[in-house]
Design a protein around this ligand. Structure first.
Ligand SMILES: [Zn+2]
Length: 734
């Protein structure tokens, strides 16, 4: 009964169902950002994901908050729930379900669940005496309270003495089964410190807890005794179940649990650990429902080393932070700077410094300067190198090859900070590598192949970093992909030729068109995003490369026709055809004479040929393909890397066959699969587009170093992250 169904390849996770006594604070934002990052990572891995968040809207604290604001409880809840929803949008949280516990469908689920627990004989009426913290909505043990019966979590508030008749849940009955659970599934509670906390709490002996309140109007009435209102936590935890219902599904437990249950991960703050790691599994055991897989309790946040509280006046407003610094900045700071699971601090000066150092300097400047060099030394394209041909002692490749797996493990264990560190280490290695190799000097010395290797390995490392960071900074990653030349819009007009050209190699015909403004991310509105196409076989590539210039001529022509000048050219071609036809007829009639082509026709023919060659040579990809193919051809037939070939080689002419390690044609290393079919519309990448992510090849493909398509024309360079101005001096109002 307590086993979970791990065979399902889906991933369901929850944030807490947030209590709406006040607008969202930074702690709620922190949990939700982390949840969104996990969800985005699992989606990159190709899993169907359900991210649940919502608001817990019942209870005494809400009733009092509404009263003091002069609102009805429902009005109050509507306002606050909207504030949560708005903040999640500002933070680019892609949730799937937003459960509000005041919804009628939720009431049906709660009542059915209550009935099951009732039928198990786990609910009884008894007398509740004790200290109640309204802010926690929890009875406190005398031993847990501070002097003056103040709650340790709310030291400025005194707990209230209660002596009333309540319904109780028989938690004590589950003592041994809970202990067995923690024993059998040591990863049920994480991190380790939280698990130990729970173990020692349970070891003290579990006491039944009351699940109803009297003299409280704002909540669901207890079915057996409507004078009682269901305890807010009993109600709130079941929000995770109600949220699983499809919008049109009948609100029953069996319907709700059918598809996504058991939840894979409950992400919470450590203040609500007992509810999730002790009460919740016991309630589920009583109702005969399988248990979730994991409860992860993260730490508390402080500001400038101090506890955050309204009384201290040092509350951080997450909405304000996002509007001043962008969602990527906020997401990055909290996940990179604070080890998830431990307590962490927010300090605005450090915030600015870290973002400037990591995102503006290390990552942003790296991309910017490399694109500048690619413009100068590689005609604005990714050099024509295959990642597989870069020698494995290249420091970036050596690091990049294992990075994907390392970062995946970090995401899996919610070690966001160490994941970021590993990615940033590659980025910093890139900056050092450029300085060491000095491509500007290599270029002056005519060592074009080395220049290509340097530029390719840096650009590919930036791509990998952007991909691996995309769950955390989706907007910056998307911008980096755009600047690396990935199309942000599908190009359906090329689809009929896609298969053929995909098999032919890396050349991107799309590049032959002048960049269209519609290719910018804000205009991206894909109608379809098919999966990345399968790789072309290695053996086929060499021969297709030889044939490529010939095979592509019609495509260049079609491209030319599609332009505004196309009509004129078409007319000229038509005239050419008519004249040529006439000439043939003339030739056939007078077989003893060679036909004389009219001077006009001759001029048109020569003009078109010159124009065609110009078009082919002008645009980077065309030029790249032309020279690359010529060199390949030379290698096919003469072999080796003659010095002459090097000198004559134009900037982008490194073919995939001329890496320093390749000893002639026979010793070519096998080409790795190319996950990005060059002209596939699916090269479209937008890390906020869930349909595209779902359709894309899985994480294992994209997270492999060396998959940046060679010769891909690069996009327009601009700062991916604007340097932040120094924060204003911190002045906590005390
Ligand atoms: Zn409290």
């Amino acid at each position: 009964m307590t086993s979970t169904n791990k065979s399902k390849n889906t991933f369901a996770l929850t944030t807490p169902v947030y209590y709406v006594n006040d607008v969202p604070h930074i702690g709620s934002a922190y949990t939700t950002i982390a949840a969104d990052v996990v969800a985005r990572f699992e989606r990159l891995r190709g899993k169907p994901v359900l991210l649940i968040t919502g608001t817990d809207e019942h209870g005494l604290k809400i009733q009092r908050a509404a009263q003091s604001a002069g609102l009805t409880p429902q009005e109050h809840c509507d306002t606050i729930a909207a504030a949560f929803d708005k903040l999640w949008h500002q933070l680019d949280i892609q949730y799937d379900r937003f459960i509000r516990t005041t919804s009628p469908r939720h009431q049906s689920i709660v009542l059915e669940f209550f009935q099951r627990v009732w039928d198990s004989g786990d609910i009884y009426s008894g007398r509740q005496q004790g200290w109640y913290c309204v802010s926690c909505e929890e009875f406190k043990e005398e031993r847990d309270l501070l002097d003056g019966h103040r709650c340790p979590l709310h030291p400025n508030k005194e707990a209230e003495w209660r002596d009333e008749q309540n319904y109780f849940f028989r938690l004590s009955k589950y003592q041994s089964r809970l202990e067995a659970l923690y024993q059998e599934r040591p990863d049920f509670i994480a991190p380790e410190s939280r698990r130990n906390e729970v173990l020692s709490f349970v070891a003290q002996g579990l006491q039944d807890f009351s699940i109803s309140r009297v003299n409280l109007e704002w909540g669901f009435p207890v079915p057996a005794d409507p004078k009682h209102t269901l305890y807010v936590w009993f109600d709130a935890l079941l929000g995770y179940v109600t949220a699983l219902l499809e919008p049109d599904q009948e609100p029953t437990l069996s319907q709700a649990l059918a598809t996504w249950w058991p939840i894979n991960l409950h992400l919470i703050g450590k203040d609500i650990l007992r509810f999730h790691a002790v009460y919740w599994p016991a309630m589920l055991m009583s109702a005969g429902v399988p248990l979730p897989e994991k409860v992860f309790g993260h730490g508390f946040l402080t500001k400038d080393g101090q506890k955050i509280s309204k009384t201290l006046g040092n509350v951080i407003d997450p909405a304000d932070l996002v509007s001043r610094y962008s969602s990527d900045a906020v997401r990055y700071y909290f996940l990179k700077e604070i080890e998830f699971g431990k307590d962490g601090d927010f300090n605005e000066t450090r915030f600015v410094n870290i973002l400037n150092a990591d995102l503006a300097n290390d990552l942003g400047n790296l991309l910017n300067r490399t694109l500048g060099m690619a413009r100068k030394y590689a005609s604005g394209c990714v050099p024509g190198v295959a990642g597989a041909d870069i020698p494995s002692d290249n420091p970036l490749k050596a690091r990049g090859l294992t990075l994907g797996e390392e970062v995946a493990r970090a995401y899996e264990s919610l070690a966001f900070s160490s994941g970021c560190e590993a990615i940033l280490a590659l980025v910093r290695a890139c900056n050092k590598y450029i300085d060491d190799r000095a491509p500007w000097t290599l270029h002056k010395q005519g060592q074009q192949r080395e220049v290509s290797e340097v530029l390719y390995s840096v650009l590919e490392s930036v791509r990998l970093a952007a991909y691996l960071l995309s769950p955390i900074i989706p907007n910056i990653s998307t911008e980096i992909y755009r600047q690396l030349g990935f199309k942000l819009q599908p190009l359906p007009e090329l689809t009929p030729q896609t298969g053929q050209r995909a098999a032919a190699g890396h050349l991107d015909l799309v590049a032959l068109k002048e960049p269209a403004p519609s290719a910018l991310p804000e205009a991206a509105a894909p109608t379809a995003a098919p999966a990345f196409e399968a790789a072309s076989p290695a053996q086929g590539q060499r021969w297709s490369k030889v044939l490529r210039p010939f095979a592509q001529a019609p495509a260049y022509l079609a491209d030319a026709l599609a332009e505004t000048k196309g009509l004129l050219i078409a007319v000229l071609l038509l005239l050419l055809a008519i004249f040529a036809g006439n000439a043939l007829v003339e030739l056939a009639r007078r077989t003893d004479r060679i036909p004389v082509v009219s001077p006009t026709l001759e001029a048109i023919g020569i003009g078109y040929t010159i124009w065609f060659i110009y078009r082919y040579a002008l645009f980077a990809a065309g030029r790249q393909a032309l020279f690359g193919n010529l060199q390949s051809l030379k290698q096919e037939f003469f072999g080796g890397n003659s010095p002459a070939a090097k000198i004559k080689t134009p900037p982008l002419a490194l073919s995939t066959d001329t890496s320093p390690s390749a000893e002639g044609v026979s010793a070519l290393p096998p080409l790795e699969a190319q996950p990005f079919a060059p002209d596939s519309p699916a090269r479209y990448i937008d890390f906020n587009d869930r349909a595209a992510i779902a359709a894309a090849a899985p994480f294992s493909t994209h997270s492999r170093w060396g998959t940046l398509p060679a010769s891909q024309p690069l996009g327009e360079a601009k700062p991916v992250f604007q340097r932040l101005q120094s924060a204003e001096p911190v002045s906590p109002s005390r």
